[in-house]
Each structure stands twice: as structure tokens, then as C-alpha cells.
Design a protein around this ligand. Structure first.
Ligand code: SAH
Length: 225
């Protein structure tokens, strides 16, 4: 397929995305097999490749946007490490028909990655100026299937429930039961649980309504407030 001339083809994925993918692949070597499998799940790294991460960070850290580490985004919050974004994305087992709920929009980067994999993302952010900046960055990328709401995400977003997947990008001290109840059958909740020592967990709603829990790796997130 030619990229030249007709003006209708999509722009080539930014080289920045490829660099980030290369770093994720190098860094994931230390992760246990189930985590590496999630990162390598179909579409995940391709979605990362598509998103220009520099558009999701403030100007003062823009030069570090290609590094595989979290960066400050103001208001005491951070954009997650790309390795962790890839991991949590893969753990959701996203499919094109899915509707996903994210708690903790932050920069909007995780939502942008998901937008390339699923039908719709609803994302809740408690800090209004961050939500506004995230919305601008998503619009600048031409992403139209992410809906951002300002509010407390601890109760989820019942209006859009049930969801095929829920991702929490700040850490609640305990498993958020209210969020579990907003999962569709077969749906997966990906959440870092704990105060100081946090464990990234996946809770899957089984047919019949039971919940199965899987522990992935220890992580460090800002607290869900
Ligand atoms: N997913 C983000 C990372 C966000 S950091 C990204 O890709 O950049 C966690 C975010 O959760 C912060 O922006 C913080 O303000 C937000 N947050 C914390 N508690 C919250 C709550 N109760 N409801 C909604 N958002 C919350």
C-alpha cells in the first residue's frame, strides 16, 4: 500500500511509538511469563506504537516522553510507565467490540492506547484541569471514541455499566466491590490494590456471577483518593 500522494492515507505511526515499544520489549524481560504474555497479546504493542506520548506530558518533561518510566504531569500525579500501560492493557484482553471503563484519566495516555483496541472508553478523572488537558491531547490525536468525565471514580460510572473491562490506574486500599459489580459476564477488572505494598490484580466475572482473582506483579501507583 502506498502512503504517498492521495492525501487520504493515515500518517505513519510516529517513530516515538516504535522507540517506546523497543524499550518495553527490553524491560519486560524481568517480568513473569503471564505478564510478558499479556504485553505480547495481539494488538497491544501496535496500539502503543500509534500513540505520540509526548502530546500527553507537560512541556517540561516532553524530552523524556520516550523513556520507559513514569513522568510527572502536575497536581502530584503521574503518567504511568509505558511497560505498565502495555501490561494493564493486555490484561484487559481488549477486543474491538468492547466498552471499557477507566478510573484515573490522568494524562489520557492509557485511554489513548485503549482507544485503538476497543469500541469505546469511558474515563473518570477527579482533577478537573487534568481531565481538560487529557481531552485536548486526545483530540489532537484525532481520537473520538474516548469520553471523559470529571468526578470521583470510586463508585465507577453506573450509567454506562456493564463494562467488558475496567482499568483502575490509581491504587485503592482494598478491592473495589462497587467496580466489580459493573463488570459484564466475562469482563475483567485490572486494578493495583494496596496502600504501600500494592499488587496488580485481575478480577474476572465468571458466567453465573462468581469472581476469579489473579495476582500479577507488585506495582506502585498513586493512591485513589
Ligand atoms: N491513566 C493515567 C495515569 C493516571 S495517574 C495516564 O495514562 O496518564 C492516576 C490518576 O487517577 C490521577 O490523575 C488522579 O488524579 C486520578 N484519581 C485519583 N483518585 C481518583 C478518583 N477517586 N476518581 C477518579 N480519578 C482519580
Amino acid at each position: 500500500m502506498s502512503d504517498e500522494g492521495d492525501g487520504t492515507s493515515r500518517p505513519a505511526p510516529p517513530a516515538e511509538g516504535q522507540e517506546i515499544v523497543d524499550r518495553i520489549v527490553a524491560d519486560m524481560e524481568h517480568l513473569p511469563l503471564p505478564a510478558r504474555r499479556a504485553i505480547m497479546a495481539p494488538g497491544v504493542l501496535e496500539a502503543i506504537r500509534q500513540v505520540p506520548r509526548h502530546l500527553f506530558v507537560p512541556a517540561d518533561v516532553e524530552l523524556q516522553s520516550r523513556e520507559d518510566r513514569p513522568l510527572p504531569i502536575g497536581y502530584g500525579q503521574t503518567i504511568s510507565q509505558p511497560l505498565i500501560v502495555a501490561l494493564m492493557t493486555g490484561l484487559l484482553r481488549p477486543q474491538w467490540g468492547h466498552r471499557i471503563l477507566e478510573i484515573g484519566t490522568g494524562s489520557g495516555y492509557q485511554a489513548a492506547v485503549l482507544s485503538h483496541l476497543v469500541r469505546h472508553v469511558t474515563s473518570i478523572e477527579v482533577i478537573a484541569p487534568l481531565a481538560a488537558r487529557a481531552a485536548d491531547a486526545l483530540a489532537a490525536c484525532g481520537i473520538a471514541n474516548v469520553e471523559i468525565h470529571v468526578g470521583d471514580g470510586r463508585e465507577g460510572w453506573a450509567k454506562g455499566a456493564p463494562y467488558d473491562g475496567i482499568i483502575v490506574t490509581a491504587s485503592p486500599p482494598e478491592l473495589p466491590v462497587e467496580l466489580q459489580s459493573q463488570l459484564a459476564e466475562g469482563g475483567r477488572l485490572v486494578v493495583p490494590v494496596g496502600r504501600r505494598d500494592q499488587m496488580l490484580k485481575v478480577i474476572q466475572r465468571e458466567p453465573g456471577g462468581a469472581f476469579a482473582t489473579e495476582e500479577i506483579i507488585p506495582v506502585r501507583f498513586v493512591p485513589l483518593v
